[in-house]
Design a protein around this ligand. Sequence first.
Ligand SMILES: Nc1ncnc2c1ncn2[C@@H]1O[C@H](COP(=O)(O)OP(=O)(O)OP(=O)(O)O)[C@@H](O)[C@H]1O
Length: 227
Amino acid sequence: MSDHVLSLNHVDIYQQENLILKDVNLSIKKGEFVYLIGKTGSGKSSLMKTLYGDIPLKKGEGTIVEHNLSTLKERDIPYLRRKLGVVFQDFKLLTDRTIKDNLKFVLKATGWKKKAEMEEKIDQVLDKVGMKTTGFKYPHELSGGEQQRIAIARALLNDPELIIADEPTGNLDPQTSVEIMEVLQQINKNGNTILMATHDYALLLKYPSKTLKCDGGEVFEVVQKTL
Ligand SMILES: Nc1ncnc2c1ncn2[C@@H]1O[C@H](COP(=O)(O)OP(=O)(O)OP(=O)(O)O)[C@@H](O)[C@H]1O
């Protein structure tokens, strides 16, 4: 079996009819932590949306967690998403229910049935993000950083083969961003593969790792000193 969780070969990324990124070639191996950088509008979100099936792949070859993106059907998307953990800038928690119920909602939607197993899994992911005692709270009772920790816990529920984080620190102050980064680093050390879009250069310098850049309609790898 391949040790790659993602590979794109000669892929073009579109928004509607507009070509956003041309001839994208990249791969991510199991266990890697990869940054995706680039200025606003350079195509980071478009690339990520293509990876989780929100934008269809029209040209080129793409494989992600054993799914072929070129032949991906609407009905395959829930199965693809189950193997991915997606984290957004704006957390996207359900505001009308507690943290535990947010997590339970995802488990039920992805086929979990046994109450005790769900409880155990929820405790486990909350523990991983340092939020074990907050399960009974509502999202609005938590700070932005705490809400993002919960969103990361939610992404971990189905033991994803790849975590896709689109600007996870974009709404957070610098100190809280570092705390969220520490959580992501810890998760990566425990074996999770992570692709993270950011334009926070301070984080890149503090936590150097493989970096891909979107610029001028292309994606290429950069080394730290030429960022
Ligand atoms: N739904 C859409 N329909 C058409 N064009 C879009 C859509 N969303 C984004 N675009 C365009 O696609 C290009 C890339 O946007 P994208 O959101 O991928 O960039 P980004 O690098 O993620 O930016 P940011 O850092 O601001 O999130 C931009 O020119 C944008 O205007």
